[in-house]
Design a protein around this ligand. Structure first.
Ligand code: ZN
Length: 390
């Protein structure tokens, strides 16, 4: 397949000169943090050299994914040839590329940092909505949970500089803080990585992967859920070139590819990678939705469609929520009940609250603040619900 070493050299050589060490070494160097750079206890970590990724956490997760018995063997050899790089830039993005025998996936550090705020917001929202918390559920509607995020949005959206997460945004209920959310952020990161792996595996970037025929399996899965048309029969927009241009460049095709990469990405990201299987599924579900919410909220990408290469995030989240109960058959480790279904309901309610607040804060003349009725409807229907002024 591709040459991992060549991909690594290509990626690290061309991304702000991070050729030979952990991404964190370059973060500290950029911050001129001489104290930590000279700390003897950190020297081994700082001398760490990249293999699958320049981020030690991602390298660890990818190594575990490639050792997971549930991952198709023939895919593993293919994935072993792809380098995954963290970029220091301020963009909110993840990309899959291949060129002259090398392939890589890039994930921006800005994206992962912002996700922390959404993971903490989900925890706060869940605590307020929990029947046993004793808290007034109306509190969820008073913008407490999302207003801090709204203040940070323009800074995260600015690609010219890296902006981290303000500590107040990663403070959750019961004294939880960023250390408690790190694992969920890693699952969100792995969704981003696996979505891009998905593009490579589905053959969107290359011809070699066509032999895996994954698209057919995903089509059958969607057919069973009555969702085939959402992904495979997208209406081309009026301005879209039809007969002449290369089919691959038309938005309907690239939007289909994004949906498929999302589904495959979520499936891969939920592999246990040596951890508790049920926990892995739940963490992947939460991490995936938070990653998509962060992108839509920060980039105002809820409804962009038509000529855009990506479908709207409103639709992407809706499709994944719809599939979650059929994708996973994990049972709760404590208590009884169908917890994948319950978690899907919670995520639908949270996504709706986040979406509605995001739109209300941007377009107050059209979008009211989220209401309890709307959130309960999302909860019951396990999907995003949109409310506009009559
Ligand atoms: Zn994509």
């Amino acid at each position: 397949m591709w040459d991992l070493k060549a991909g690594r050299n290509q990626f690290l050589g061309s991304h702000q000169g991070m050729p030979d060490r952990s991404f964190w070494y370059y973060v500290l160097k950029r911050a001129n943090d001489t104290k930590r750079l000279n700390d003897p206890s950190l020297q081994a970590a700082l001398r760490w050299s990249p293999h699958y990724s320049n981020c030690p956490q991602l390298d660890h997760e990818i190594t575990a994914l490639l050792a997971d018995r549930e991952v198709n063997k023939s895919w593993k050899g293919f994935l072993r040839s792809i380098f995954v790089g963290r970029t220091l830039g301020g963009e909110i993005n993840a990309k899959a590329k291949q060129r002259s025998g090398k392939a890589w996936v890039g994930v921006s550090f800005q994206y992962s940092s912002a996700i922390m705020a959404y993971v903490a917001a989900y925890d706060k929202w869940r605590a307020v909505m929990s029947a046993n918390s004793g808290a007034d559920p109306k509190k969820v509607l008073d913008a407490d949970i999302f207003s801090g995020i709204a203040t940070s949005r323009p800074f995260w959206a600015d690609p010219s500089a890296f902006v981290g997460t303000h500590p107040s945004l990663s403070r959750g209920p019961d004294g939880r803080d960023e250390n408690d959310y790190e694992r969920l952020v890693t699952y969100a990161d792995m969704f981003l990585v696996c979505h891009e792996y998905g593009h490579h595996l589905l053959g969107h970037t290359n011809k070699f992967a066509k032999k895996f025929k994954i698209e057919e399996d995903l089509r059958n899965l969607l057919k069973k859920r009555g969702l085939e048309a959402v992904v495979f029969r997208r209406t081309p927009s009026r301005k879209e070139p039809r007969a002449n241009a290369k089919a691959i460049d038309t938005p309907a095709v690239s939007q289909k590819e994004e949906f498929l990469a999302d589904i495959l990405g979520l499936q891969l990201a939920s592999k246990s990678r040596g951890a508790d299987r049920t926990a892995a599924v739940y963490f992947a579900m939460i991490g995936t939705i938070c990653a998509l919410l962060a992108e839509a909220d920060i980039m105002d990408h809820w409804f962009l469609d038509s000529l855009d290469t990506h479908p709207s995030t409103f639709e992407r989240i809706g499709l994944l929520l719809n599939l979650m109960p059929t994708l996973f058959h994990s049972y709760p480790t404590h208590g009884i009940g169908d917890s994948v279904k319950q978690l899907t309901q919670q995520l639908a309610g949270f996504s709706t609250a986040c979406f509605q607040y995001s739109m209300c804060s941007r377009y107050p003349d059209f979008y009211p603040a989220p209401t309890m009725g709307q959130i309960l409807q999302a909860f019951n229907e396990k999907t995003l619900v949109r409310a506009v002024f009559e």
